[in-house]
Design a binder for this molecule. Sequence first.
Ligand SMILES: [Zn+2]
Length: 102
Amino acid sequence: MREIFRHRDSVKVGLYQSILEEAQIVCFIKNSLTQQRAAGSEFDPVLCVQYDEDSGRALQILAAHEAMDQPAGKEWICPACKEPVPGELGKCWSCERERLEV
Ligand SMILES: [Zn+2]
């Protein structure tokens, strides 16, 4: 067993658990809400993998998910040349036309 993710928000921990389960990784949450109430203490919920050898893969999957979660900005279409431009760019990479604010 190995702890791989700890977060105050049990919803997020639960979401990550379902992501790992989808990837066929056996995992569970320690300090779930009911356990917290029973213990009367405030532990953050912790996501754990059953098998240590899964932890590397599990961390990779969660890191990839975190990266996707970042608001990188939506891709936009250049009005001049119709090229798709990544959201973080302020002007078209192809023809350098300024981005028009919507
Ligand atoms: Zn363009």
